[in-house]
Design a protein around this ligand. Structure first.
Ligand code: CA
Length: 243
């Protein structure tokens, strides 16, 4: 897979999941395309934001890999435009100096991020997580019970449990858990969580969030000091880790 190919090519068989790759760095794009193709995934590749939007609409990909620094359009704008019509996972690929834009892209609806440089193993692990999400979303979108590892929430009964044991939660704790469970695996920014749980007037009250996240860890984690599920993303927010 080292030969030159024109940008915007579709490879591999029609049954395999389709990944849209938007990255202007030629070497990086070639490496990601080769890595994905080795996993028998189909890849549509583009080197601009405008082309990414057009190709997403044309192919309806199962996963979108989006470089934040595209030449014609910033990744936040691309994310916003994509979220007008698609729920496909968006995995941001960013450079170290793009921290603020990364948070804005997550606020705009991106699911996750990888900071360059990253290893092939880490990259493929994330790709697998998000492709699984896409498959699950299309198969059980009507279910009222969600499970992540030992955690379980029954939305119809408003009951949470861990390892089969029911856990009593206050209304706010329940709402916070429900928000994290509905977005399992996704990095949620402080602002997104505060908006969902407390409402639009509270999006700067990160200390509320810290307190309640601590309470959930106390009730649901085997070792609250070293959480398995409720993971802090420093400077950004939290992620409910799936495994
Ligand atoms: Ca770039």
């Amino acid at each position: 897979m080292n030969g030159e190919q024109p940008a915007t090519t579709v490879t591999r068989s029609a049954a395999a999941p389709l990944v849209l790759l938007a990255e202007d760095d030629k070497g990086m794009r070639r490496y990601l395309r080769a890595t994905l193709s080795d996993q028998r995934l189909r890849v549509v590749e583009t080197e601009s934001g405008a082309e990414a939007l057009a190709q997403a609409a044309a192919h309806n990909p199962d996963l979108i890999l989006l470089d934040l620094g595209l030449p014609d359009m910033d990744g936040i704008h691309v994310t916003t435009k994509l979220r007008e019509w698609t729920a496909a996972p968006i995995l941001i690929i960013s450079a170290r100096d793009e921290e603020i834009e990364k948070v804005a892209a997550l606020d705009a609806g991106a699911n996750d991020f990888l900071t360059k440089p990253f290893g092939t193993g880490e990259f493929l692990a994330r790709v697998r997580v998000w492709l699984r999400h896409t498959q699950r979303a299309s198969s059980d979108s009507t279910s009222s019970v969600l499970a992540v590892g030992d955690l379980r929430i029954d939305f119809a009964r408003r009951v949470a449990s861990v390892a089969g044991r029911e856990v009593r939660l206050t209304p706010t704790q329940y709402k916070l858990l429900a928000t994290m469970m509905r977005n399992a695996g996704k990095v949620l920014t402080h602002e997104q969580i505060l908006f969902a749980v407390w409402g639009p007037a509270y999006t700067r009250e990160t200390q509320y969030l810290r307190v309640y996240m601590g309470q959930l860890r106390q009730k649901l984690e085997a070792d609250p000091a070293r959480p398995r599920y409720f993971v802090t993303e420093p400077g950004i927010g939290y992620r409910l880790r799936e495994g």
